[in-house]
Design a binder for this molecule. Structure first.
Ligand code: ATP
Ligand code: MG
Length: 421
């Protein structure tokens, strides 16, 4: 057993997945088990499914040169585990447990580094980062999720290897970023990205906010506010990415002197910019839509004087199914302000209660909730299908949003003519 499993077991953490290294060639492994998936057979990796477990089995291997900083020019199978451990990225990931001899193999001092809580490259960091440009980001990811620091030479090699990092496929960057955001204290990881120079390659949009003062509602500058919100965010990694990016349009929309700035329309600009970020990192269309909506709707300033109609319009705009997400975003934003937090939270609680109450009245929120439909409108006005029908239905929805008791067939039939403008 090798890699992350051993690292996590030695740390007393639950391993995420199980990796085995073996002298056996992939064909031989396939022959030994009933269910084997040829995951990456060219690189010597197959996945064995056995007794409800999925285990990645990789033949001892080394790599030829990496002339492109992304893929080894060729993979060579090796005769010994020691040789295999040399190609692994960090000392803490290069510890193996020999199941037959019941001994740990730790040629690079991985256990010592686990104790000191440092991420250290196996061998020369510059050389290792030049082989595979993703490794610098992995260093930060492991340091972030484990709460480790990065050893000095390993850390300073990151900045020098940024040109190699630029060649890495965006999908691989996205996966590491998401793993980091899934862990505890991801804001520390973001700060390590900044201090190592990687942030400018991955999320340069966050940098202008560094040192950019806001206004009396905020204790932090724009960048620190994003980190504070991230720290307080509860949810899946894509949600947390939305939290991290929710204000990236602020610098561009800022007006007024430092300390008294306004950021008119920044939620729209931030949503657009965040969408560009997600497209660059090859997120799916669904993920992009979700993040865009979360950011676009993050400015809700509820006041108890709002009418029930205003509450319904808010719910309509956000979508009932997205309310929960939207509230978690609001909560992170309030907590990350570092000022007026108690008021902000109680205001949110009041809005939630109000929405619950208004939704219980079961009023129409969509055109299809109306007591009449398009055919009724066409029949009553003797008109053909067309945009006019839609306009009338929308106007009726607006009407019942303010006066829910008018959502009856009889009353709407009377109102149709009034709204046929
Ligand atoms: P996780 O808990 O996130 O799965 P892990 O250590 O298992 O962490 P993986 O990405 O699953 O990480 O990789 C398994 C092992 O393969 C690592 O522990 C490391 O030894 C090796 N490895 C993975 N990616 C690289 C890489 N880019 N360069 C060198 N070695 C790598
Ligand atoms: Mg793993």
């Amino acid at each position: 057993m090798v890699g992350g499993v051993i690292r996590d077991l030695l740390l007393g953490r639950k391993p995420v997945d199980w990796d085995v290294a073996t002298l056996a060639r992939p064909e031989e492994v396939c022959g030994e088990f009933e269910k084997v998936i040829p995951t990456g057979i060219a690189h010597g990796t197959v996945t064995v499914l056995n007794r409800g477990m999925s285990v990645e089995v990789t033949t001892f291997r080394g790599e030829g040169a990496y002339s492109d900083g992304r893929h080894p020019d060729r993979v060579v199978f090796l005769e010994s585990l020691e040789e295999d451990l040399k190609r692994r990225d960090f000392t803490i990931n290069a510890i193996a447990y020999d199941i037959e001899r019941k001994t740990l193999l730790d040629p690079f001092g991985g256990q010592r580094d686990l104790q000191r809580r440092v991420v250290r490259a196996v061998g020369n960091p510059m050389a290792r980062f030049s082989e595979d440009g993703l490794r610098p980001l992995r260093a930060v990811r492991f340091a972030s999720i484990l709460g480790f620091s990065i050893e000095k030479k390993t850390f300073s090699a990151i900045r020098k290897c940024l040109p190699v990092f630029r060649k890495v496929a965006p999908e691989r960057v996205r996966e590491e970023l998401l793993k980091m955001l899934a862990g505890p204290r991801p804001e520390r990881g973001i700060e390590m990205l900044r201090s190592s120079g990687l942030l400018g390659e991955i999320l340069p949009e966050l940098l202008p906010g560094f040192g950019f003062a806001q206004n009396r509602f905020h204790r932090h500058d724009v960048y620190r506010h994003a980190l504070a919100c991230l720290r307080h965010s509860r949810g899946d990694p894509v949600f947390r990415l939305a939290v991290l990016l929710h204000d990236i349009g602020k610098v561009m929309t800022a007006a007024g002197p430092p300390g008294m700035r306004t950021f008119y329309n920044h939620e729209k600009v931030s949503a657009q910019e965040a969408d560009d970020v997600l497209a660059r990192l090859r997120f799916s269309n669904d993920e992009r839509r979700r993040v865009r909506a979360l950011i676009e709707n993050h400015m809700i300033h509820y006041e108890p004087a709002w009418s029930d109609g205003a509450i319904r319009r808010l719910v309509r705009r956000i979508g009932r199914e997205n309310l929960e997400d939207a509230f978690r975003m609001q909560e992170a934003d309030v907590l990350g302000r570092g000022r007026l937090v108690r008021q902000g939270l109680s205001n949110l609680r009041r809005l939630k209660a109000r929405i619950r109450r208004v939704l219980r009245q079961d009023a129409a929120l969509k055109v299809t909730d109306l007591a009449i439909n398009g055919s009724d409108v066409m029949r009553l006005l003797q008109i053909e299908p067309g945009p006019r029908v839609g306009r009338i239905l929308t106007a009726l929805l607006e009407h019942v949003t303010d006066s829910p008791k008018d959502n009856s067939r009889q009353r709407l039939e009377e109102l149709v003519r009034l709204y046929d403008l």
